[in-house]
Design a protein around this ligand. Structure first.
Ligand SMILES: Nc1nc2c(c(=O)[nH]1)N[C@H]1C(S)=C(S)[C@@H](COP(=O)(O)OP(=O)(O)OC[C@H]3O[C@@H](n4cnc5c(=O)[nH]c(N)nc54)[C@H](O)[C@@H]3O)O[C@H]1N2
Ligand SMILES: Nc1nc2c(c(=O)[nH]1)N[C@H]1C(S)=C(S)[C@@H](COP(=O)(O)OP(=O)(O)OC[C@H]3O[C@@H](n4cnc5c(=O)[nH]c(N)nc54)[C@H](O)[C@@H]3O)O[C@H]1N2
Ligand code: SF4
Ligand SMILES: [Mo]
Length: 733
């Protein structure tokens, strides 16, 4: 039986798998040798092959006809039609009238090519991607503190050597189960308003009100200093800016923190004592701390705490962000972000523009400037001055964007919506043209996991029907838009070779990484410049590199598993404290909307659910929208276990089945965001954005909750929400 070593198609852990069998009978098992999952897989990984042959898999292009229905078409007709309409829209409204929305699940090659396609073939500045909704706050704070943003600047296996790990707003027991093998060796401190399975596994669970982590982190820093745990030699030698940060934290004495967060003083003290007493400790953040209108400052406050204790830049300790999507790390390095060029370069940097323009064979002045961030882009669709056409690759914003009803209206107002996907996602169902693409097991490429290690995705199967790879789609469109065929290759390896050159000398330098080295089994973490070993300081990004004539004789650069051990990546080598202050969430409970709502994930569903809702075993495990409510709160609002509830915010409402959870805060309800239609959590979420990262406030809005009108306050018998959207071939909703 043919077998390939590859990786799970879902989250950033990118568990190693061995895939075998043939179309219709593909089987997966964990790769025992891959150190991240060490033979483990979660339920989603085990069942991933089921999506390859899902009954409503897209295998032919679909074009919406004059009757308003999507109907099968040919690739020629579909691509010709898109190119012609894009041409008209550009001629009438200019190049920025076309927008592109990418995804953190795309391979490095696709993410790179998508950014190049937008800037070179479309000439538009209007490109961003769903990673903006994911780890952008951590990226902004990490870059500011360390000069470089690699989610974990150390291998995952290092976590197994820690004595204490603080998890702020992360629930890996459900979102990355195999990671718990490493985490469980330490005593965990979990900060989460809910008593999650991760919190159950913790030595200490701090349960703040949603949106108050910034005050809590300031308070922990306060205690660390007044109780004498500041690492003074480390502060002097390796950091700058402590005094300004301390001036803020000095005012956050424990009783004040308890008043704002609800976390008792004794628990704050215990957390600081545990961290300070550990010889090796980590502070890790997840979306719970990051998806706020103050997400960047909140992460900065946790980094301040880690720096005060002297954790970052030391082997066996540190700060990290648990990046989420399969290629959430690589997806933010190669230029699909509004302000970025490949190699994690900035679009506003003249040297970066000159370097990348030379690789692309264009003039630097022809590269557009930075565009709108993800929510701002979606919010501007079809408005005066906003894009009139949108191409979506690897996202389902009709379900996953905040204030989803508004975004649904914006998508519907476009002159042209094109969605490339392998399933009829809720966004695809709104499109004028749907392009069927290949899935993980049918394609080659690379992914960069949450530790910055570059991995090979390998092909086992031939694509079904007429499905094409995203690279082929971009090629077909670029050629029709008048670009030379050779400028948009369709072979992933060829694209990667170009990506290497484009990233050379950038912050995320991949120039020393090749398919050959990866296929030979090397574990390569960026930066990995083409210069031989020792040319790039392990503490910082590679220099211009790659041109050392002696390089050929010496061993190639080994990559950089651990960053910052000698120096942080700022020019002076010092880490920077951030002067941050607590502020309220954009919305706090009031008389009309007396409760906090927060949102997140369950084990059996992935993201917008477009993939996992189609897998019978996962659907059975998590079939419909629910809302977690404390029994006292439910009682006050006329709800019982299993009843149909309406949860309403200032923007709209969603329908969910009540789950009584005695360990939840009484002022908070929780909703997963994996469900579609009337059960979308994002019908209620707030589009307030972080001013720096432009991260939406997915984790806090103010709501009221009650029985669905006309229904008795008793357990509802029938399913509340449809698992899948309307039949594919149908009128535009
Ligand atoms: N099963 C599953 N796994 C996944 C995914 C999935 O969709 N499903 N998605 C992947 C992706 S893209 C990502 S980004 C990661 C996300 O991984 P996580 O960050 O672990 O996931 P979330 O459930 O979004 O948020 C984590 C926790 O934050 C808590 N929280 C809510 N509000 C607050 C707050 O104000 N403060 C604090 N401290 N905590 C708060 C929630 O109760 C939740 O338990 O998961 C990845 N893995
Ligand atoms: N309320 C609330 N909303 C949230 C969050 C939250 O915690 N709460 N979390 C946010 C976060 S962290 C994230 S990451 C986003 C994710 O939200 P989305 O961006 O909607 O993520 P997915 O559901 O993974 O959508 C990916 C889509 O692309 C398709 N796809 C997958 N791989 C490929 C590919 O290689 N090529 C192409 N063309 N298509 C592909 C899939 O079938 C799917 O339809 O949601 C955000 N929204
Ligand atoms: S933890 Fe993530 S990568 Fe591993 S099997 Fe589950 S979804 Fe796949
Ligand atoms: Mo994410």
């Amino acid at each position: 039986m043919a077998e390939v070593r590859t990786h799970c198609p879902y989250c950033a852990l990118q568990c190693g798998t061995v895939l075998g069998g043939e179309a219709g009978r593909t089987v997966v098992r964990p790769d025992e040798e891959f150190p991240v999952n060490q033979g483990g897989l979660c339920q989603k990984g085990w069942t991933a092959p089921a999506l390859l042959g899902t009954p409503d898999r897209l295998t032919r292009p679909l074009v919406r006809g004059a009757d308003g229905r999507l109907a099968p078409s040919t690739w020629e007709a579909a691509l010709d039609m898109i190119a012609a309409r894009l041409g008209d829209i550009r001629a009438e409204h200019g190049p920025d009238a076309v927008g592109v929305f990418g995804g953190g699940g795309l391979t490095n090659e696709k993410a790179y090519q998508l950014g190049k396609f937008a800037r070179v073939a479309l000439g538009t500045s209007q490109i961003d991607y769903n990673g903006r909704f994911c780890m952008s706050s951590a990226a902004a704070a990490g870059t500011a503190a360390f000069g470089l943003d690699r989610g974990l600047p150390f291998p995952v296996t290092d976590l197994g050597g820690a004595e204490v790990i603080l998890l702020a707003g992360a629930n890996p027991a459900e979102t990355m189960p195999p990671l718990m093998r490493h985490l469980n060796k330490a005593r965990l401190i979990v900060i989460d308003p809910r008593r999650t399975p991760t919190a159950e596994a913790a030595a200490l669970h701090l349960q703040p009100a949603p949106g108050t982590d910034l005050a809590l982190a300031l308070g922990l820093l306060h205690l660390a200093v007044v109780e004498g745990h500041a690492d003074q030699p480390f502060l002097n030698e390796r950091t700058t800016g402590f005094d300004a940060a301390w001036r803020r934290a000095a005012a956050w004495w424990p009783e004040r923190v308890e008043r704002v967060t609800g976390v008792p003083v004794a628990e704050q003290r215990e957390a600081v004592r545990m961290l300070a007493a550990a010889r090796r400790a980590y502070v890790l953040t997840g979306r719970g701390a990051e998806q706020h209108s103050k997400g960047t400052d909140t992460v900065s406050a946790f980094i301040n705490l880690a720096l005060t204790l002297g954790l970052p830049g030391r082997q066996g300790s540190g700060y990290g962000c648990l990046t989420g999507q399969g290629n959430g790390q690589g997806g933010r390095e190669h230029g699909q972000k509004a302000d970025q060029l490949p190699g994690y370069r900035m679009l506003t940097d003249p040297a970066a523009r000159a370097h990348v323009a030379a690789v692309w064979g264009v003039e630097p002045e022809d590269l557009p400037g930075p565009g709108r961030s993800a929510y701002e882009l979606l919010d501007a669709l079809g408005t005066d001055g906003g894009p009139r056409a949108l191409l979506v690759f690897g996202s389902n914003p009709a379900v996953s964007a905040p204030h989803a009803a508004r975004i649904g209206d914006r998508l519907a107002s476009l002159d042209l919506l094109v969605v490339a996907d392998f399933v009829p996602s809720e966004t695809a169902l709104l499109a004028d043209v749907v392009l069927p693409v290949t899935q993980w097991a049918e394609e080659e490429g690379t992914m960069t996991n949450l530790e910055g290690r570059v991995l090979r995705r390998r092909r086992l199967l031939t694509p079904p029907g007429e499905a094409r790879s995203d690279l082929e789609v971009l090629h077909g469109l670029a050629v029709r838009l008048g670009r030379p065929a050779a400028q948009f290759p369709t072979e992933p390896r060829e694209v990667f070779e170009e990506l290497r050159r484009a990233s050379r000398g950038g912050r995320a330098d991949y120039s020393g990484i090749s398919y050959e080295r990866l296929d030979a089994g090397e574990a390569l973490y960026w930066p990995c410049p083409e210069a031989p070993g020792g040319q790039a300081g392990p503490g910082g990004p590679a220099g211009p590199g790659g041109e050392d004539p002696a390089g050929e004789e010496r061993a190639p650069h080994p990559g950089t598993p651990r960053l910052f051990l000698d120096a942080f990546a700022h020019p002076d080598g010092l880490a920077r404290f951030a002067e941050v202050e607590h502020r309220d969430s954009a919305e706090t409970p009031d008389a009309d909307f007396p409760l906090y709502a927060t949102t997140g994930r369950v084990l059996a569903q992935y993201q917008s659910g477009a993939q996992t809702r189609r897998i019978p075993e996962l659907h059975a495990a998590a079939p419909e929208m629910f809302v977690e409510v404390h029994p006292d709160t439910a009682g006050r609002h006329g709800l019982v276990e299993g009843a149909a509830a309406r949860v309403s915010s200032a923007r709209g409402s969603t329908v969910a089945r009540v789950r009584l959870v005695g360990t939840l805060r009484t002022d908070t309800v929780f909703l997963p965001f994996h469900f579609a239609g009337a059960g979308r959590a994002n019908l209620i979420t707030s589009p307030a954005l972080d001013p720096r990262s432009k991260m939406p406030e997915f984790k806090v809005c103010a709501v009221r909750i009650g029985p669905v009108a006309g229904r008795p306050a008793e357990p509802a018998a029938e399913p509340l929400t449809e698992p899948l959207a309307e039949p594919l071939i149908g009128a535009r909703p």
